[in-house]
Design a protein around this ligand. Structure first.
Ligand SMILES: *Cc1c(COP(=O)(O)O)cnc(C)c1O
Length: 233
């Protein structure tokens, strides 16, 4: 984990690299990052949006998080039996990719009398081992979501292929952007600021150039993770 000075440097560097895209938001991906470091980033360095990956980890951190300074999103793959732990703790779920999950999330939100902003995760590279809806199933999936009135679809998210070469990232991000543009036009024209969540530490500059308006950045802010958990990232 980085020293406070490095954290400050890292945040400055990322912000500088994002400066040409003032409409794009920075989400700090905080899996494995201790609460004290997250709070330091929030209180002293203006980080106001974080994304957690694991329900258990979010529950453990939640009470100590500086919540008045932070918006919290859920960005990891989510099992239906974990939905109840996060439904009252996050304002957006980036990883909606199955009807089963939509049903569980909708039920949990109804119970709590709230709505939930969601992004549909797209498996843009068609990777078998990865979550996400295949691009050609997006419209059918969106149609199915109409049965779950607590969920508000705000846009799309993609991971892109892990550790890809720059040209490969560019190819998949360009594809996702094109899909996003027609999806927004055809299906969610009423959404005021539709979100395209793509780009991580090794790809956010490419993603921004391809039209991402929300980048999820972990290691470039907090240093390399020594433990990555079961998400495989
Ligand atoms: C960990 C994670 C990130 C950030 O990854 P880095 O390579 O550390 O920037 C972004 N999105 C998701 C869904 C993640 O799990």
């Amino acid at each position: 984990m980085e020293e406070p000075l490095l954290l400050e440097q890292n945040i400055k560097t990322v912000r500088r690299n994002m400066a040409a895209y003032p409409h794009a938001r920075l989400l700090a991906a905080t899996k494995t990052v201790p609460v004290e470091v997250i709070n330091e980033a929030a209180v002293h360095h203006g980080i106001c949006l974080i994304g957690e990956n694991r329900a258990q980890e979010l529950v453990q951190k939640y009470d100590a998080l500086q919540k008045d300074a932070l918006e919290i999103h859920f960005i990891g793959s989510l099992q239906t039996n974990k939905v109840k732990y996060i439904a009252d703790k996050v304002s957006m779920v980036h990883s909606l990719d199955s009807v089963k999950l939509a049903q569980a999330l909708d039920a949990a939100c109804q119970k709590r009398d709230r709505t939930m902003d969601v992004l549909i995760e797209i498996n843009i590279a068609g990777e078998a081992a990865k979550g996400g809806v295949p691009a050609d199933e997006l419209y059918a999936f969106y149609e199915a979501l109409q049965n779950y009135p607590s969920l508000r679809v705000k846009g799309l998210m993609t991971m892109g292929p892990a550790g890809a070469a720059a040209e490969e990232y560019e190819r998949y991000f360009t594809k996702t952007r094109a899909l996003f543009d027609v999806f927004v036009r055809d299906q969610i024209p009423h959404v005021a600021d539709p979100i395209l969540s793509m780009g991580m530490s090794d790809s956010y500059e490419i993603a921004l150039a391809c039209g991402s308006n929300l980048v999820r950045i972990g290691s470039a802010l907090f240093g390399k993770r020594t433990y990555t958990g079961h998400s495989g990232i």
